[in-house]
Design a protein around this ligand. Structure first.
Ligand code: MSP
Length: 492
């Protein structure tokens, strides 16, 4: 169940060893759509994103760039933040794990775990993949290499601080059982259960061999393990340890959006950490699939990344947003190609939505009649279904349902041959179509914010409408045709 008054959504915090690619944009875009939707519902929304800066990957990237690590992460964090701003992402805060407020939260969190008796000193011997920033067991390896990064892991032997995570194994299994929609989509749940049942043990949460990171409390010879500190961003970003009121207002998170590769951390380790610190668990973790290019995962190490900023210089940002959401069922992998993007832009955005808006406004301008009538098109609007999909984070299904309404409006024009109507019938048809466009300008706003805004302006209606206004009623429009919404693209 979603809290009716607040909505807290997070993205993973991103490593800053490179700039954002389309896969990162995808997660952040979904968070943006959910945040905008819940704002439309009048809820108090907090949308957190940020950067994961205490990783060895960042140290290596700084060395490669010939820069001091701090200077490097500062520059890169600023690139990430500016990229999201440029891409119209409406985050409420941007947490950096090198910030003082984050350190305060990590220390408060660890203090609670220490008081609980869950932290002890032990010896770690095992494989470690620096690119994953994670331990691997022998059975994880394929031909002696990390299956994701195709690199040999290092053999690590250290005296570390450990978290007695295994204490929480049973409680975790029970929690997952009792909260069937905690892990989504459903298919991911088995993967997590399997991990908890077979591979879940105590976790080393400090590093002796590393200098870059948050010093371990009372043991400056070690730094806190990067994943351990990174997960706590979801708390430090909302005031944990320094703004109790804000923290109480927003925690627990309504949803953590993550990629399928980091589900173990979010659905097993993070909940165990929270149980140890005596804090409630997030309500949902939703794992999405990977964007691939010609079937290969888009990743820096494979060198096939698509830069969302460059893409947005070539295509309208709203077309990219539309494509990413419509192209794949949320949770599954999807293949990116400009060809597929252009196809959707031409066939759906230009021919269906653009054409609808253009036709209605042309008719409204041509026949300057009084606009009133009976709400005939209202039955085509499945508002409850749309909202249900959004409550289940199924942005793809919600947008598909909104699109059915767009299609229904086009059908209405064709079937009624509105351009031939006269008198009351014409007035009625225009009423239905203008009201439909007004409602579309609200519903489309989370998905296509610039387009929705253009439609609103063409209708001559005021800003600040909410989901409550998505019903047919009396309205004072001052319709005026504006620019074409989407120009078709011939070559790409
Ligand atoms: N820093 C950790 C997350 C810590 S959260 C407490 C991390 N960072 S990451 O930069 O490597 O990846 C961030 C997210 O991007 C992950 O959810 C990952 O799944 C996602 N993606 C990376 N490549 C992707 C695709 N090709 N497609 C879709 N998302 C992908 O992991």
């Amino acid at each position: 169940m979603i809290d009716l008054t607040k909505f807290y959504v997070t993205t993973p915090i991103y490593y800053v060893n490179d700039k954002p690619h389309l896969g990162h944009f995808y997660t952040t875009l979904i968070a943006d759509i959910l945040a905008r939707w819940h704002r439309l519902k009048g809820e108090e929304v907090f949308f957190l994103t940020g950067t994961d800066e205490n990783s060895q990957k960042n140290v290596k990237a700084a060395e490669k760039a010939g820069k001091d690590v701090k200077q490097y992460v500062d520059e890169m964090a600023s690139i990430w933040k500016k990229t999201w701003e440029k891409l119209n992402i409406t985050f409420d805060d941007f947490i950096r794990t090198t910030e003082e407020r984050h350190k305060i939260a990590v220390y408060e969190f660890l203090k609670r775990m220490i008081e609980k008796g869950d932290i002890y000193k032990g010896k770690y011997v095992g494989y470690y993949c620096v690119d994953c920033e994670a331990f691997l067991t022998k059975s994880d390896l394929v031909d002696g290499k990390c299956p994701i990064h195709k690199k040999e892991p290092i053999l690590l032997e250290e005296e570390n601080w450990f978290f007695a995570a295994s204490k929480y194994k049973q409680a975790l299994l029970e929690y997952i059982e009792k909260h069937p929609d905690f892990i989504q989509p459903e298919a991911r749940k088995n993967e997590v259960l399997n991990y908890i049942n077979t591979g879940f043990g105590d976790i080393s949460i400090s590093r002796q061999s590393q200098k870059w990171g948050i010093p371990f409390p009372n043991d400056p010879s070690q730094v806190v393990y990067v994943w351990f500190d990174a997960l706590i961003n979801y708390l430090s970003g909302i005031g944990f340890g320094y703004d109790e009121e804000k923290f109480k207002k927003f925690w627990p998170a309504d949803v953590h959006l993550v990629g399928k590769d980091i589900i173990k951390f979010h659905c097993a380790i993070w909940p165990a950490m929270l149980m140890s610190a005596g804090l409630p668990l997030p309500k949902h973790v939703y794992a999405h699939g990977f964007w691939t290019v010609k079937g290969e995962k888009m990743s820096k190490s494979l060198g096939n990344v698509v830069d969302p900023v460059k893409l947005a210089e070539k295509y309208p940002l709203d077309a990219i947003r539309y494509f990413l959401i419509r192209q794949v069922p949320f949770g599954e992998d999807g293949d990116f190609s400009e060809e597929a993007l252009v196809e959707r832009l031409n066939n759906e955005l230009a021919d269906e939505l653009g054409n609808l808006v253009n036709r209605v406004l042309t008719l409204a301008e041509r026949f300057n009649v009084e606009i009133k009538g009976r709400p005939e098109l209202e039955k085509e609007l499945k508002l409850e279904e749309i909202d249900k999909h959004m409550e289940k984070f199924r942005v793809d299904l919600a947008l598909a349902e909104i699109w059915n309404f767009v299609k229904a409006c086009n059908r209405y024009i064709n079937e009624k041959e509105v351009w031939k109507l006269k008198g009351e019938e014409l007035s009625n048809a225009l009423y239905n179509l203008l009201e439909s466009l007004r409602i579309l300008s609200i519903l489309l706003y989370p998905f296509l914010p610039e387009t929705a805004e253009k439609i609103r302006r063409m209708l001559g209606i005021e800003e600040g409408q909410s989901l409550n206004d998505c019903k047919f009623g009396e309205f004072k429009w001052k319709p005026k045709k504006g620019e074409i919404l989407f120009k078709k693209i011939k070559a790409y």
